[in-house]
Design a protein around this ligand. Structure first.
Ligand SMILES: [Zn+2]
Length: 334
């Protein structure tokens, strides 16, 4: 039995037909974990959908209304890059509910993995890049509303920049120290702009970190608290060094009550939508590094899966399953 819970539902499946996003990956990860003896049936928690009020903690009433009535414009549907349906809306409300559950559960178990979620390209007023609802942001705002946490840090290791996350939490937290940079990678920290508009009572409460391939979607990258812009072809060693650097820097500046780890599988070298060169072993080391730091500093960590478009879906399933294996290894040690 695992020393923590996994959040999963068969209804995490996204009804998007034949698509580069392998919607069946969630069920396959679950099956793999059970088949390999990593997890048992009783390790899984079944999430409930988020309520509309939860969704409205992040998204605009106008956008939520359009989703619930199926009245997105053709352009908005195109930007989403997945075919709209009422069933898809349900799946995203459930993903948000799963992230809320994972956030709540990790406060007692130190870590919790949702076998889904991580839809980091959703903005308050629109969806894009396969992401309709920002489940992680909804979870953070719900936990804050319930007075379970005050601050959170997002650590986004998907190959694509977390533009929705950066936009949602824009102005809430600025970084104040420059890291060493190299000629090949660049690291940018949001400047503390004089007169920068802070968003109401939430200002200063969420610190956002994104490590991503610079030369990739999204073209417009709103600034995170820390952005690490990696060059094409970055491999395991460089990636792990930059991750260590960015996470250490973030944690020197900010003490989160919750770490939201977006564990995208698409920095993998054989990914169809990514241009980095991490190996399956390197990606597992990435997960281990994050969990080791979270555990050492006693920061509860919730995990979501985000993207993964390996030419061979089995590789994506292996990378995501390894995230659970890494959590088991790090958090099982007394
Ligand atoms: Zn991605």
């Amino acid at each position: 039995m695992l020393p923590f819970k996994l959040v999963y539902s068969d209804a995490y499946y996204l009804p998007i037909g034949d698509h580069v996003f392998p919607a069946e990956k969630y069920r396959r990860v679950r099956d793999r974990l059970i088949a390999n003896g990593i997890a048992e049936e009783k390790d899984f928690l079944e999430p409930q959908p988020a309520t509309d009020l939860d969704i409205l903690l992040v998204h605009t009433p106008d956008y939520v209304q359009k989703l619930k009535t199926g009245t997105l414009s053709p352009r908005e549907e195109m930007e989403l890059e997945v075919p709209f349906s009422p069933e898809l809306v349900k799946a995203f409300w459930l993903a948000a509910g799963g992230s809320i559950l994972a956030a709540r559960q990790c406060l007692t178990d130190r870590v919790c993995v949702s076998i889904g979620g991580g839809f980091h390209h959703a903005f308050p007023d629109h969806g894009e890049g396969f992401c309709m609802i920002h489940d992680v942001a909804v979870a953070i705002r719900r936990m804050q509303r319930d007075d379970k946490i005050r601050t959170a840090m997002t650590l986004d290791c998907d190959v694509h920049q977390g533009n929705g996350t950066a936009a949602i939490f824009a102005g809430t937290r600025t970084a104040n120290a420059l890291l060493p940079s190299s000629s090949t990678s660049t690291i940018q920290q949001r400047e503390t702009a004089a007169g920068e508009k802070m968003r109401g009572a939430d200002a200063g409460d969420v610190f956002t970190i994104s490590l991503h391939q610079h030369n990739n979607y999204p073209r417009w990258k709103p600034p995170s608290s820390i952005d690490v812009n990696l060059p094409d072809g970055t491999g395991d060693d460089d990636y792990l060094a930059w991750l260590d650097n960015a996470l250490s820097s973030g944690l020197r500046q900010f003490e989160p009550d919750l770490l939201c780890y977006v564990a995208g599988a698409d920095p993998y070298k054989n990914d169809q939508l990514g241009g980095l060169s991490l190996t399956i072993e390197g990606l597992k080391k990435r997960d281990e590094l994050v969990f080791r730091v979270a555990r050492a500093r006693n920061i509860p960590v919730m995990v979501t899966f985000a993207g993964g478009y390996a030419k061979n879906v089995e590789d994506t399933v292996t990378i995501h399953s390894n995230t659970v294996v890494a959590a088991k290894e790090i958090f099982a040690v007394i």
